[in-house]
Design a protein around this ligand. Structure first.
Ligand code: GCU
Length: 631
């Protein structure tokens, strides 16, 4: 459960408004009126997509609020009529019961579809970055003896939840779920829900101010009410033992369970059960050997219905059992060396752009990845919609999952490390039991400074402690040698010591040298660990054709891939490749008219779904197993 962020978020908003520092100081001494102080911390309910939920997806009213008017009146005091109160005019009048003055009304305001980023729903909102208030009514009465949580699949970037004017909780982080208890505030009839979402980029955010992707704001994933019994399953980890590849081990944690109460874990298909008793902390260790267990792997994505039951609470998850580990420079899946034929993906919706959040989006992306010959995807640069990791489980596609510790994060700030650990912890809680996820990535292309290495050493330790069953990686920057070694790429980032697998990005043929010169590149990798080439490639405008020497043509991009493949095959400990990137994606820093037009064009497929020549170059290498060796 996360600490109460109520004051932090309000203090943040005050700091952002038009008031001078003195006013801010005055206010910061003010005890935030109870009416608006967050009443609940947020948590992450596990296996929500298999729980009893009431969807709150659909049309939500919205009010843009770039000047934060909804938070404070012109003197800066908290506005007693903040945008989070039910101030709909009385029937037949233009005024409200309170004071006659009406200067906003959710009921009369336009609507946005939830889930969905606001940027791609209205032309006027494409470049909006700031605070936006969502509101809808819903009818819901908790069943006696149950608890109700308000579930947000993701809200980018900061969010505050109010129900009937009561400030329930806050959350920071644009790509992980959070759940806030609303049991005590729900009532018969109309409940008035408001979510304030602010996607302003923050210098001390995760990510920080500059990214090479679009800052899609809003309620970008599913919203629902989740009902659980008063004693409910809070967290569990069920995985295959790396020791014998037969024992299912882990733990179950239950909220408000009596010490000694029973938990049953069963796999009906294997007639396997394990009955255990929880300790005083509501936790029970699990260890049992089901006969006839089939391991999960690409080509054999065997998922079992696994029932976890405390009696009042019962979850039925779908889990694949496999092991992932490293041995020297090999990656072992179920004890056998594996090579990861992968591709990078942003959470960019095919065809329509905007954030991925439907089954159709997910199907298209994985169909393309499998057509390319992939057994692996890097979900860059942040946790994607849970539909992606569920689909990877079903299709037998291995996953590199990443938190947006991207480029110039404020590494010297302990509060920023806490944010990174929070987001990584939320990602692990959500996807811990998904066989497809084999790697937790803690960073992308961060500068090799002492502060950064200290920060990420702690984050790597956090990941290893939170999940002992997976591998920890990061996409590192490389540097070239001097003089005669100018074409030698050196991998000696000190962070490599803390990683199980070395990810490294390079753009030979695009950001440096011409494609045919790639063959001169050699590698000096200072770690005896598996290496994944986590980014390489170049841009092309789909449909632009010309000589291989002409940049932005499909032929130029294909020449990069052809020469990269030959060069990569010279790296003895290369165990995976994820070229950058499956599909063109929207980015505010890619503005070349007539070529980029606001999109990064390194996709093998255009955002309209047109495959470029390089798609087929890579597909041939993957399908003929002509790239990389598992050992
Ligand atoms: C970087 C970065 C990506 C970016 C890509 C590019 O390596 O990790 O987020 O989009 O290169 O330059 O296109």
């Amino acid at each position: 459960m996360h600490g109460d962020q109520g004051q932090t978020s309000w203090a943040y908003y005050f700091n952002k408004t038009f008031m001078n520092k003195f006013t801010v100081l005055l206010l910061s001494l003010m005890v935030v009126p109870a009416a608006v102080r967050a009443q609940q911390a947020s948590t992450v309910l596990v296996d929500v997509d298999h729980r009893q939920t009431t969807s709150l997806n659909g049309e939500w009213h919205y009010i843009l609020d770039p000047y934060l008017a909804g938070l404070s009146n012109f003197q800066g005091a908290i506005n007693q009529h903040g945008f989070f109160e039910d101030r709909e005019p009385e029937a037949g009048t233009n005024t409200t019961a309170k004071d006659g003055l009406l200067e906003y009304s959710f009921a009369r305001s336009p609507t946005l579809k939830v889930p969905g980023d606001w940027n791609t729903q209205r032309e006027a909102l494409l470049n909006y970055e700031g605070l936006l208030w969502y509101q809808r009514n819903f009818e819901f009465m908790p069943k006696p003896g149950s608890r109700v949580f308000f579930h947000v699949g993701a809200a980018n970037y900061k969010a505050s939840l109010f129900v009937d004017g009561k400030h329930i909780c806050d959350h920071e982080g644009g790509f992980t779920p959070f759940d806030c208890e609303v049991t005590s505030v729900l009532h018969d009839g109309k409940n008035f829900a408001v979510l304030a979402v602010d996607d302003t980029r923050l210098a001390d955010g995760i990510p920080t101010l500059k990214t090479d992707w679009y800052n899609y704001g809003g309620l970008t994933r599913d919203i629902s009410l989740v009902t659980v019994p008063t004693t409910f399953i809070d967290d569990y980890d069920l995985h295959l033992s790396r020791t014998d590849h037969k024992t299912i081990e882990g733990y179950v944690h239950v909220i408000d369970a009596q010490s000694g109460s029973k938990i049953q874990v069963s796999i009906p298909e294997l007639s396997a059960n394990s009955d255990v008793l929880v300790d005083a902390n509501g936790r029970a260790a699990i260890s049992f050997v089901p006969a006839g267990l089939e391991t999960w792997a690409p080509g054999h994505p065997k998922l079992y219905k696994v029932e976890v039951s405390t009696g009042p609470d019962k979850l039925i998850d779908e889990i694949g059992f496999r092991t992932i580990e490293v041995s020297g420079s090999k990656i072992l899946l179920n004890g056998k060396p594996v090579f990861l034929h992968g591709i990078n993906m942003h959470a960019e919706a095919p065809y329509r752009s905007g954030r991925v959040n439907t089954d159709a989006d997910v199907k298209t992306l994985f169909d393309w990845a499998q057509e390319l010959g992939c057994n692996f995807v890097r979900l860059a640069h942040y946790p994607h919609d849970e539909r992606m990791t569920r689909e990877a489980d079903r299709r037998g596609i291995l996953v590199w999952s990443e938190v947006p510790v991207y480029w110039g994060i404020h590494f010297a700030d302990a509060a920023v490390l806490a944010k990174a650990e929070q987001q990584l912890g939320e990602n692990i809680r959500r996807d811990r039991n998904k066989a497809s996820v084999i790697l937790w990535s803690i960073a992308n292309e961060t500068p090799s400074t002492p502060a950064r290495t200290e920060f990420l050493t702690k984050l790597a330790a956090f990941a290893h402690q939170a999940d002992t069953t997976r591998l920890v990686t990061a996409a590192l920057l490389v540097h070239n040698g001097e003089g005669a070694q100018a074409d030698t790429k050196i991998v000696d980032d000190p962070l490599g010591k803390e990683l199980d697998v070395i990810g490294t990005n390079e753009y030979a043929g695009w950001y440096e040298m011409s494609p045919e010169k790639i063959s001169n590149v050699t590698w000096d990798i200072r770690y005896d660990k598996p290496v994944i080439m986590s980014e390489f490639g170049g841009g092309a405008k789909a449909g632009l054709h010309g000589p291989e020497t002409q940049r932005w043509t499909e032929e130029f991009q294909a020449a990069i891939y052809r020469n990269q493949i030959a060069m990569l095959n010279k790296i003895p400990q290369l165990r995976g490749t994820t070229p950058w990137i499956l599909m063109d994606f929207r980015s505010p820093v890619r503005v070349l008219p007539g070529v980029q037009d606001g999109f990064n064009r390194k996709g093998l497929i255009s955002n309209e779904g047109k495959k470029k020549l390089a798609f087929f170059t890579l597909q041939k290498a993957y399908k003929e197993n002509a790239l990389g060796k598992a050992e």
